[in-house]
Write a protein that binds this ligand. Structure first.
Ligand code: P71
Length: 470
């Protein structure tokens, strides 16, 4: 203990502090509207944070998707956009970056992740086939279902338990996968859908040992293994830090080793790759690539731009190279951890271990007085906004949607409110303000009532659903 009463965060945890591996060249002013304004804005938005105007938000932790800050080099790259309809040089730069860092042979650009999900689902799923995956993601599962697939969750049980401390809660349960293959037959499995760091489980990683075991099992049955690489770089960081034998390996090498276990991948480049828009699909099979390349012109654009401007592809190519730098990934994940450790220290219920891109507040334990039908996670998101203009996202019963067969709510075990940290955007001081706001909501928890659902659209209802106070 030092004799000085004030200590830096690093000193408080008995270590030297870390700092971001960049400095700020350009700033964007933030504004906080007053409490009465926030009450009004929230009511107008139907208590749904997706329907708030961004100008009415102070610290925006809705998502880390497309919200990152680009580097000076990425902005410079934008100026070299080759806006040719066909064969833009930026496409070839993107293709080279994906081949180098992700290792797949053939590349199809798309406007964002769900564009790629649509294409792979249409090409690789036959009606009635099963698609096992390590927990669902909203858009991923929807595209699999629209293509006639039946999603089956084969993630390890610990993933559904927010208090389990298992280090690799994104892993596939091989027993569950094997049982499904045995029950339905390999021919009735479209492919295995594996996500690197599982978003809905709290940003939980998959171990290298697990992907290798899944690879061995699927290869034995002739089943393809496709990767949702959206946050795979962050997954590689957890492997580096937590799995035996990887501490001295660079993130870039771990990323390649992991991707090399799979047959192809889809990507929302709006996350790891540090761009505001973009995605891709990449695959090793030449025949499948032919089909994808044909389909992309129907839904996205020519196969050398896929709905993107040349400048966007250039920013993505540069962003991919920056995203695998060890100091970048470390500071990104450590910032998330900083916020999570503060909240944990204060006994606020969050999903543990702390994931890669966000802190997930456990709304069930936050509001034990509310039933799931009173939308605890949606309620918590509303309360955080009211307290000081922080925008978060519901990841619970509203996000899970309805069972297409019965029409009843899916009732996920996890009822979470996500504080998602954009990359290279907010400072440690912002994290402190957020932590204090969560604490204020926690201290007010006994007085908080739930919400009533008054409108929901047919698809991905969480985006546009509306609520009222009962
Ligand atoms: C996130 C998003 C963006 C989002 C999507 C749907 C509802 C709310 C927010 C997008 C992902 C993702 C994974 C693992 C594919 C997509 C789709 N995440 N896979 O977390 O996390 O990519 O948004 O570029 O279409 O806020 P896309």
């Amino acid at each position: 203990m030092s004799e000085h009463p004030l200590q830096t965060m690093g000193q408080q945890s008995g270590r030297r502090s870390w700092a971001e591996p960049w400095k700020i060249k350009m700033v964007e002013p933030l504004r906080m509207i007053d409490r009465a304004g926030r009450e009004r804005a929230l009511a107008e938005a139907g208590f749904n944070t997706f329907l708030l105007k961004s100008d009415d938000v102070y610290i925006d932790l809705l998502t880390d998707s497309g919200t990152s800050a680009m580097s000076d080099r990425q902005w410079a790259g934008m100026m070299t956009g080759d806006e040719a309809y066909a064969g833009s040089r930026n496409y070839y730069n993107l293709e080279a970056a994906i081949r180098k860092h992700y290792g797949y042979r053939y590349v199809v650009p798309t406007h964002q992740g769900r564009g790629a999900e649509h294409l792979i689902s249409q090409v690789a799923i036959r009606r009635g086939q099963y698609v096992p995956g390590n927990m669902y993601f909203t858009t991923t599962r929807l595209h699999q279902e629209l293509a006639g697939g039946i999603f089956v969750d084969v993630i390890v049980d610990e993933a559904h338990d927010p208090q389990s401390q298992a280090p690799f809660k994104g892993n596939i349960d091989l027993g569950k996968l094997e049982a499904l293959i045995e029950r339905e037959g390999a021919a009735n499995i479209a492919y295995v859908s594996l996500a690197g760091t599982v978003n809905m489980a709290g940003g939980q990683p998959v171990s290298m040992a697990n992907v290798k075991a899944v690879r061995a099992l699927t290869a034995q049955h002739g089943i393809r293994l496709y990767l949702d690489a959206t946050r795979m770089v962050e997954n590689a960081f957890f492997i580096q830090q937590q799995e035996d034998g990887y501490l001295d390996q660079p993130i870039a090498a771990i990323l390649r080793e992991f991707c090399d276990q799979t047959d192809g991948a889809w990507m929302s480049a709006k996350k790891d790759s540090l761009v505001n828009i973009g995605g891709w699909l990449a695959i090793n099979d030449a025949g499948l690539f032919e089909e994808l390349r044909n389909l992309v012109v129907v839904y996205e654009g020519l196969h050398t731009y896929g709905g993107l401007a040349g400048r966007d592809m250039e920013a993505m190519a540069i962003g991919i190279a920056e995203s695998v730098q060890d100091d970048h990934v470390r500071s990104r994940v450590e910032q998330v951890r900083y916020l999570g450790e503060l909240l944990s220290e204060w006994q606020i219920p969050i999903v543990r271990p702390i994931g890669g891109h966000a802190i997930f507040l456990d709304a069930r334990r936050f509001y034990p007085q509310l039933s799931q039908d009173q939308f605890p996670a949606q309620t918590l998101a509303a309360e955080l906004y009211l307290d000081c203009g922080i925008r978060s996202m519901e990841r619970g019963i509203v996000s899970a949607g309805r069972d297409p067969k019965t029409g009843d709510h899916h009732r996920p075990k996890l009822e979470l409110t996500r504080l998602t940290i954009p990359r290279r955007v907010y400072t440690q001081a912002h994290m402190d303000v957020v932590a204090e706001s969560v604490l204020a909501a926690y201290q007010n928890r006994d007085r908080t009532r739930g919400l009533k659902l008054v409108y929901e659209p047919k698809y991905l209802r969480f985006f546009q659903a509306r609520f009222e106070r009962p």
